[in-house]
Ligand binder design. Sequence first.
Ligand SMILES: Cc1cc2nc3c(=O)[nH]c(=O)nc-3n(C[C@H](O)[C@H](O)[C@H](O)COP(=O)(O)OP(=O)(O)OC[C@H]3O[C@@H](n4cnc5c(N)ncnc54)[C@H](O)[C@@H]3O)c2cc1C
Length: 338
Amino acid sequence: MKLSKNYSLKTLNSFGVDIKAKIYADVFSVDELKEVMLANELSNLKKLILGGGSNILFVKNFDGIVIKNSIPGIKIISEDDKNMIVESGAGVVWDELVQYCVDRNYGGIENLSLIPGSVGAAPIQNIGAYGQELTNTLFELNGIFIDTGEEKIFNNSECKFSYRSSIFKNEFKNKFIITSVKLKLDKNSQVNLTYDPVKEGVEKRHIKNPTIKDIREIVIDIRKNKLPDPNEIGNAGSFFKNPVITKKKYKVLKKVYSDLNYFPVDRNNVKVSAARLIEICEWKGKRIGNVGTYNKQPLVIVNYGDATGEEIYAMAMKIKDEIKKRFDITLENEVNVL
Ligand SMILES: Cc1cc2nc3c(=O)[nH]c(=O)nc-3n(C[C@H](O)[C@H](O)[C@H](O)COP(=O)(O)OP(=O)(O)OC[C@H]3O[C@@H](n4cnc5c(N)ncnc54)[C@H](O)[C@@H]3O)c2cc1C
């Protein structure tokens, strides 16, 4: 196993922030991972598991070991008349898994096409988009506890999934490494058109009976038009989660901002668009030096050049403060700040 010292992570985080890890290792198997976890000489070091680096903002050098999870492999575990269980190594690129499944007509993750990052990180924040979330298809996942090297399988309910969250973002944050993920996919999947732009995409293309392949193409199209490509402009997707507020508070806001829509949450609460709140505060497309909000989607903070992590974080906090002052709503980070 090769350990690199003082290693630049600039090309390994989608913000393109130029910071260094004290030690860096790229692991390709569970055995290699255990070797790093349990090595005596590394035992006192802080550990960070890195996938595609597309949901992380580094604000300083990482004074510990960064372990890039590159465990490969996609295989079919079992099959019956209705379902397939597909297992993927945590280091597989998420969209390659989606492509693999869509090509074989296994439905359930096609609306999650083109989300950047690795399979192993997908359960961390229960990735979601256009009407699907990982929790809808996750069967179980395998992993290792960082401190003890103990292996454990989590089934879906043990993962405690919720909106952009899971047990791995809370109780087991930085304590558990996901090594593989099993998904239960549908062989006769109904396409998911709950999200308007996807439905409109189907109508625009005059498709009578859309397939999951059509949905994947439409979602890729929407995403390419709406979101910046991290290979061209550094970003980590939505910086904040959409805030959940009471229905009572929503009614008050709606009187002033008639176009503020909501998504139902439960009897008393609704979710509102963080992007719309940011836009109301006139932050859409605003730029300060090398940092800005994306002109087509203000929830995305972008690095126009050589911005530091601190500069990016400072802008995010300015936005957060303004939303708090204007609406008395506290935005929560979706991006992991380190
Ligand atoms: C342009 C763009 C669009 C995006 N759109 C969406 C979207 O529509 N929906 C959505 O949900 N997200 C979206 N994201 C966010 C991001 O793609 C997801 O959060 C993705 O799952 C991150 O994967 P990653 O491998 O890059 O994780 P990383 O950024 O490498 O890691 C994220 C967190 O997970 C931890 N981690 C990573 N791998 C493991 C592992 N194997 N075991 C344990 N912990 C691990 C890390 O330590 C870190 O805390 C978007 C990002 C970008 C840049």
